[in-house]
Each structure stands twice: as structure tokens, then as C-alpha cells.
Ligand binder design. Structure first.
Ligand code: SF4
Length: 351
């Protein structure tokens, strides 16, 4: 695994035409759902002691996962790997009712860190299934969130993995279909898929509100503005993070000549900077700010010390912690029960 903090002074300050600068997208990094999920694991470790088991990666970021592993979290693929009677945290991406039942069958103490915005999609799926709708779920095959959502209405849901799937979809009643989506998709591509679906099913019903979440949308809006002025965009985040990978796609679509994803600053290649005056930087919703700061430090070594933020939205959303963690062992309300933004700043300060 690459070192953190990143190796410094690897990048050379080579001459370019124009003034070297960085455009730093805002919002970027941690969303409220990720913040809450990470704190849930930390608090579970404090409250119950190690080990605490976590089903799947709590959030899709290898630095966050390895940091929690060092504190005593054990990540498993499914509940049947967890010793009976243990504590288990369900990840921010959510789980199907079958997983909840599997944990109960093993007498596991479950802490549900599913992002409330994913839970909202689960509730929509259940409600539309009860109303006999067929659900067309736009999302990526194999993604944990998609598996969790489909598990809430398995008989009634068809996955739409890409626009190319649309011509082959088979439904029983074309006049009683609704679309839902994964929370972390490309807004533009999803709207294109919906357009194609509506061409096939003119009475297609929309979800009551957008399923693509505020954090995904805001980060895409910010990188669109940055990409229009940047020759190179660097997106910090992990390969299995859907919203991170979408940021690379969106940057390329909106004007960046090149865009790369890195987990760590040490992955930046000198040749990416050849002839580049303006570098755009952003990060996915599961990325702690410390990793972005390392990228900025390395870019400063290469002459890109002039950093301007491009702010397209302010975010102040916070979610309360999972109910199992809102009180301490003595039954007193926990001061972090209302959310984690303060804690996130602690994390940054401590490094
Ligand atoms: S990206 Fe959106 S849906 Fe996913 S955890 Fe963050 S806020 Fe929740």
C-alpha cells in the first residue's frame, strides 16, 4: 500500500507556458452519510471494545478502511463470517432485509450505518412494490447499494445497468413502471437513461424526489466548473467508489484534457504535469481531507502553490448517529449524537 503521508519532493517544478495554479473544487470530500458511518464504527469500538465487525467496507475508501482496521474493526463480506453474539456495523451503502435477518439469526448486535439517503430509496422501493409498480433501478451491477435496494423488492425490481440495457427491458405492464436510482451516479448519464426509458414507457413514473444524493450532485457541479478551466484534473478517491469514478468521467466530459483518480498523492506521475498550467483537484464523498492536503502539498513542490477554491455550494447537512450509538454506556446522550462534522475536523487537526 502507498505510504501516508505521501512521499514528498518526488515531483519536479518544470517550466510551463502561463502561471501554474490549482483550482480546488468545493464541495469535495466527506458527505454527511460517510461522516456518520465512520463515526459509527469509531464509537462502536469505543463503546463495545475491539473487535467490532463491519459488513463490507464501511465506506469505499482504502485509507478510511485501513485506519479503522488499525483501531480494531474487522471487515467481512457477510454476516456468516461473524462469531455469534458479536457487534456488527452495516455499511453506509445499506443492506437488504435478508442481511438484517441473517444477522438476527446469528444473534449479532447490529448497528445500522446505512446512509439515511439510501434508506429513503429503500423505502421508495418498498412503497412502489406494495402499489404493484415494476421498479426500474438505474445503478451499477454488483454495487453493494444496488444489492441492498434490490433486496427490498426483489420480485419487482429490474436493474438498468446502462443506457444500452433500455431496449432489452421486459415488463409485465408498461403503464405501471417507476424508475429509481443508485445515489452516486452521474447526473447527466442518469437523465439520459431516464429519457430513453420514457421513450419506451411513456407513462414511466418519477421517484418523489431525486435519488442521486445532494453530495454526488454538488461534487459533480463543482468539478464541471473546475474542469472547464483545467488541463489536468486529479480526483482523490478509491477505485470502488462510484461517486469518485463519476467525478473523473464528468471532468473529462466538461473540458479537462486529462483526469486521473488517485488514492494517495504518491500516485501522481510527473508526466501528468508536463505543460500543464492549471490543475483541478477534487475528492469523492468518502475521502478524508488529509488525503487532499497531501495532494496539494505535492503539487506545491511541483510549483503549483497558488491554490484557489471554486465554490459552487455550501453544505451543512448532518445526520444523527445510528440509534444504538446515541447514548453512552450510562444512558447519557452522546455529544456527537447529532452528527459528525465537528469530528471530521478533529480528524484533520490530529494529523
Ligand atoms: S454519497 Fe450520498 S447517499 Fe452516499 S453516503 Fe454520502 S450522502 Fe449518503
Amino acid at each position: 500500500m502507498p505510504r501516508v503521508p505521501a512521499l514528498r519532493n518526488r515531483l519536479k517544478d518544470t517550466p510551463v507556458t502561463g502561471t501554474k495554479r490549482v483550482l480546488l473544487a468545493a464541495p469535495r470530500g466527506y458527505c454527511a452519510g460517510v461522516d456518520r458511518a465512520v463515526i459509527a464504527v469509531e464509537k462502536a469500538l469505543e463503546r463495545f471494545g475491539a473487535p467490532v465487525y463491519v459488513r463490507k467496507q464501511i465506506v469505499h475508501n482504502i485509507h478510511v478502511v485501513s485506519t479503522l482496521e488499525k483501531k480494531g474493526a474487522i471487515f467481512v463480506d457477510d454476516v456468516d463470517e461473524v462469531p455469534e453474539g458479536s457487534h456488527i456495523v452495516f455499511s453506509a451503502h445499506g443492506v437488504s432485509p435478508a442481511v438484517v435477518q441473517g444477522a438476527a439469526d446469528r444473534q449479532l448486535d447490529a448497528i445500522d450505518a446505512t446512509c439515511p439517503l439510501v434508506t429513503k430509496v429503500h423505502r421508495e422501493a418498498v412503497r412502489f412494490a406494495k402499489q404493484d409498480f415494476e421498479i426500474l433501478l438505474i445503478g451499477h451491477h454488483g454495487h453493494e447499494e444496488v444489492e441492498g435496494t434490490m433486496g427490498h423488492a426483489p420480485e419487482r425490481t429490474t436493474l438498468v445497468n446502462s443506457p444500452a440495457d433500455v431496449p432489452n427491458i421486459v415488463v409485465k405492464n408498461p403503464d405501471h413502471v417507476v424508475w429509481l436510482s443508485q445515489t452516486t451516479l452521474s447526473v447527466d448519464e442518469t437523465m439520459e437513461t431516464v429519457r430513453l426509458l420514457r421513450d419506451r414507457f411513456p407513462n414511466l413514473q418519477d421517484p418523489p424526489s431525486d435519488d442521486i444524493c445532494y453530495a454526488t450532485t454538488n461534487r459533480q457541479v463543482a468539478i464541471k466548473k473546475v474542469a472547464a478551466e483545467a488541463e489536468l484534473v486529479i480526483v482523490v478517491g478509491s477505485a470502488n467508489s462510484s461517486n469518485t469514478v463519476r467525478l473523473v468521467d464528468v471532468a473529462l466530459e466538461y473540458g479537462a484534457k486529462a483526469a486521473y483518480r488517485v488514492d494517495y498523492a504518491s500516485e501522481i506521475q510527473q508526466e501528468w504535469l508536463d505543460g500543464v498550467a492549471t490543475v483541478g483537484v477534487t475528492s469523492g464523498a468518502s475521502v478524508p481531507e488529509v488525503l487532499v492536503q497531501e495532494v496539494l502539498d505535492d503539487l506545491a513542490d511541483a510549483g503549483y502553490g497558488d491554490v484557489s477554491q471554486v465554490v459552487t455550494a455550501e453544505e451543512d447537512l448532518m445526520f444523527s448517529l445510528p440509534k444504538e450509538l446515541r447514548k453512552d454506556a450510562d444512558g447519557n446522550a452522546d455529544e456527537r449524537g447529532l452528527g459528525g462534522r465537528v469530528r471530521q475536523l478533529d480528524w484533520q487537526r490530529n494529523r
